[in-house]
Design a protein around this ligand. Sequence first.
Ligand SMILES: C[S@@+](CC[C@H](N)C(=O)[O-])C[C@H]1O[C@@H](n2cnc3c(N)ncnc32)[C@H](O)[C@@H]1O
Length: 780
Amino acid sequence: MSSALAIDNLDIWRTQLGLMPVPLFGQQNERRHVLLNGGKGNFCLDLTGDAHDHGAERDRAWSADVGHYVKVDRDTVRVWRWDQSSAETYTRGLVADNIVKFQTYLEERQPSKTSSVVSHFMSIYRQVRTMLGEQVTGPEALQAFLYLLASADEGQNGAVTRIDWSKLPRAQELAGSLSDLQRDGLREDMIRVRPGDQLKPIIPLVLRHASGRLFQEAHYLVELDPQLSFFGASEAKKVGRDSASGAFFTPSPLVRTVVEEALKAQPPINADITVLDPACGSAEFLREALRQLQMRGHTHRVKLVGWDISPAALAMARFVLDWERSQSNLDVEVVLEQQDALRLDSWNIGARLILMNPPFISWQGMGDAQKQRLTDRLGALASKRPDYASAFFYNAVNALPNGGVIGAVLPASLLDGESYVELRNTIAAEVKPHLIARLGSHTVFADAVVDAGLYVGVRGQLDRPPLAVWSNHKADSSARALRRLRSITPQTVKGYVADNGDFSVYAAEHLGQDGRSWAPRSYTAYRLLQEIHGLPLAKTLFDVSQGTITGLNSVYLVSREYAENLPKGERKYFRPAVVNNSIVDGVLNDTTYVFYPHGKGLEIDSEEMLLKKLKVFAADRLLPNKVALRKRSRIKPDQWWVLSLPRQRLDAVGPKILSTYFGGSGSFAWDPDGRYIPIQGYGWAPKTAEIAGCEEAYVALLNHPLTDILLSGVSNNLSGGQWNLSERYVNQLPLPKLLPDAPITETLIGMGSALNSGESPDRDLWTRAVYQAYGLKLQA
Ligand SMILES: C[S@@+](CC[C@H](N)C(=O)[O-])C[C@H]1O[C@@H](n2cnc3c(N)ncnc32)[C@H](O)[C@@H]1O
């Protein structure tokens, strides 16, 4: 019963809410902690019970970059939000009885980020840059900023004495080049009470809890011209975040989870340990590893090795790790090197722990040298167009000693992409997964839209199945799934299932054991796929083909009204098109048309003929866009009006099932006359004569909500939740083989035909028929 919850016990907060406590000031036996949740809802928890210690609560929360300061006293719980001057007081019993609601309440009442401690220090960094002028580069100005920041830590043995400045050679000199007045002004801004909201920065807390985010923000600004600072941070971010080095940063909840799980994956290491991050950025992984090793009672020597190509990242890493080391009671060695990790022949430095969020760079985004290095590293495993991160993954696995652990953030495509089958196969032979996660929210990385996965594995054998972690597209699903992990131990993994519509965490016996997809799916989909295992896959029954590519939809796609108003002779060049809103609830509409001068004697051989046959359309749409149309790839300059890639083979199929490009159940329709040209969509033509004539029955199956569950088992979603219906995914959908004269086929054909004409079949009968076709039992 929750009423008995002793909320003055830190463990209650950890176990009941899955929060991770980190000592506020980093001292032993401290009774003040920062409780880390996920992206939001982190707070300070003060269990000192010290009635005389008051006045600095808001400053502490603000400086530690969390929303609230919560103080548990004998009878009350007081809550300060840093942007509000007074505390709210609750009875202790009320909070103890409603601890989950209390957490949600904190999560939902976050102060605005615009006045956060990170924004405050970023504005100071921008001042430093402007003061130093354009001749000083971004990374150099950062060194000066770090020096000023460390100097502002006034306490005994302040931060400035704890950093090895010889590794940041321009820091002191550039800070010294500012006038006394400038330096004093900057220092004042770093330590004094802010006039507006009366908040005072506490530098040790900023360094301990906010430096990760602070340095990430700084890094985005580092590469920019100082002029850009006048536009403010949000403008600058757009420029800074999309670099060809794949340098977006890892949000703290992900770093924390990867490190926690990597340390859980193997029994504690009672020996000296080397930890490597081959693309360390500002060393968030290395710092977290040191913190967590210490919190777990590690007593031996720790060597932290970080490589990165970016000098600015290394400057921050140097600062972060020197500072962290100075706070740690462990014997810590830090080795940071500017390295292109893929140029190194071997990563074999005896690291038992390799932690990383390597650069994600698509093949198209790489320069020639990067492509070359990647293919050299992957050797025979390089297939099609791999992501840069795949070579980091492969190298890391090869460098692990037996029993060593890898914890990595990876592009989700690596988990299920066809180009990585051999790579997965090879890695699976060496490393056994402890955890594989696929995070459905594409905004896991605050500002980069990235489809990410996590992999934690051990070289050698493991005596338990891996944990599969899946979350859907909703904003907080990933954080909730990751929080759930905190209560699972290697001993409780076997048979573990936590399933909620938005995320699942479960033991998945066969996951990550060979080259097949490693992408975890929702538990419901996982179970359903197991239940209908053995049914043919869509690819054996249908030829699913991508539709026509026009090369410039804004020119070629027109509304039905537009097409109807063209002169009669021109109308025959237009066909109804399938675009993303052409199929709604299984009903096909022809509100969009496409210019289609292909097949049926409609070819246009010369510009002269074009102008003659399509006087109106050519004058209205084609000629004004001639330059852009000629620039399309695959186009011959003397045939600039044709579509980039018409799919005449698909068109020649005639009647076919159509789907949109993105969607789910409700996105499939039957085109009995073969009139439609899929543009943002796909055509499904039977591969075998056995099922010919049953297409409408398949339409009834595909439009049923069960398809959404199956799609969640084989496809990936967009940020809005729609499934990708490309052939590479839907080919894996299990489908029953429906034969024309079977009664169930007849029933389903009736339903498919009703659906296509806009009538909904009786829901229960429809479900019963679909389940029967799949051979599934309906739960009462
Ligand atoms: C996605 S970031 C992650 C950094 C760090 N883990 C973090 O979260 O702050 C990738 C990092 O890889 C670095 N990088 C890119 N290419 C590299 C290479 N070839 N060798 C080493 N580091 C590289 C970038 O400079 C960037 O700091």
